[in-house]
Design a protein around this ligand. Sequence first.
Ligand code: FCB
Length: 443
Amino acid sequence: MRARYVFPPGFLWGTATAAHQMEGGNTNNTWHAWEQAGRVLEGHTAGRACDWWSGRWREDFDRAAEAGQNAHRLSVEWSRIQPAPDRWDEDALEHYRQMVRGLRERGMTPFVTLHHFTDPLWLAEMGGWENPETPQHFARFVGRVVDALKAYVADWCTINEPNVYTALGYVEGVFPPGKQDVRAALQVAEHLALGHAAAYEVIHRLQPEARVGLVLYYRPMTPARPWFPPDVAVARAQHRWFNHYFAWAAGLGRRLLPVGSRRDRRLGPSLDFFGLNYYTSDRLAFAPHRPGYARRVFPPEAPLSEHGDIAHAPQGMFQGIRWAQRFGVPVIVTENGVEDGEDTLCPRYLAEHIHQMWRALNLYGTVKGYFHWTLVDNFEWDRGWTRRFGLWALERETQRRTPRPSADLYAAICRANALDTDTVARYAPQTLLALLPGSHGVS
Ligand code: FCB
C-alpha cells in the first residue's frame, strides 16, 4: 500500500532561526549578560554562533534554497538596531535589508520576527517588560524596522513565545532576568500582550497589506489521571494560563482574569495569522508542593529525544492546529523540531508531525506553512550548545556544516510539496505503518 499526502499549491516550507542563536557577536543584550554571568549550561556562550553577522547567512540561505525551501523565518536583534534609547544603527538595518533581499533573490518568502527572547541592555535597565512604557518603546522600534524592510517583507511575527518568555524568565527563573515572582510575571504578560497589539497597529499603519501574527508555544496539557479531579483542575489551569492567555489577548481582545475574562480594547483582535510552535505534549499530575501545583510528565509510551527534553507526540500537532484555528485566522506552524544530534528520532519526528499537519489541514483547511526548527545547529539558550536541532550539523571551530539525513528527507518533502510513503520508507521506515491511510498516525 502506498500513500501520498499532497499540500496545496503555494504552501510555505522553510526553517526558522533567531538572531541571537545564529549571528554571533551580540554583546548588548540580556542574553549576553546572562551568558557572561555563567547562567548557561556548562558555562556556554553564544560567541560567534553560526557566524551570520560576518555573512555566513549567504551560504546557509543557499543551502535552504537548494533544499527546496521557499520561505525562511528569521529575527532581527533589537539591541543592534537601537543600541541606546536615542540611537539607531542604520548599518544594522542595512545588514538585515541585505538578508531579506537575499531571501527574495533565492525565491524564498521572508518571515521576520521582531522580538525573539532578547532585550537590549538599556531596556532591561529600565525594568524590561515590567515597565508599562516598554510596549511603546517596542512599537517605536518596530516602526523603524518595518520602514526599513517593508520593500521585501510582508509577513511579520511580533513576539516569539511570550508565554515561554514569561514562564522561564519570571516564574521558573532560568531565562533572564531570572525572577521567580508571579506578580511580575502577570505584569510582564500584560505588557507583552500590549506590545504585540501596539506593534500590530504600527505595522498596519506603515504597510496596510502586511500580515501580522503572534508566535505562541502551544503545549497540550492533559490530566495524568483523567478520573482524578485535582489532576483535571491543574491541567485546565495550566492550559488556561500557558496556552490561552496570549491567544485570547491577540485573537479575541480579551484579558484573562483569575476567574473569567474581560474585553480589553487595547488588545485587539490583532491577528492576521496564528504562529504555532509545537514540540511536545505533557500530562499533568496534581503536586501541592510544586510551582503551579503540578508535576509534568511525558506520555509514558512516547519515545524521548536525545537529552529527554522532547517526547515524540505527533498527535499534539493535530490538536494544536485544531485549537489555533478556532481564533479564526490562518495557522502557520512557525516552529517544530527535535534535539537529535545523531538524527535517530528526527526523520520519524518530521514525517509524523508533517503527516499530522496534513490531517489537520484537510479537516480545517487553514494551515499555510511549516517552518522546521532549525536550519543549522545553533545556540540553544539556557542549554547552550548541548542541544542540536539543526537539519545541518555545525562544527563550531571550523564553521563547517554537514547535512544530516533529515535534511534530505525534508528536502524531498519540500520539493514534492507532499509527503509520500516512498520517501518515508527510505528515511524513516520504522514509521511507515503509522502513515498509511486509516491509521491516524498511531504507530
Ligand atoms: C523554541 C524557541 C527557539 C528554539 C526552540 C528549540 O521555544 O522559540 O528559539 O530555542 O525552542
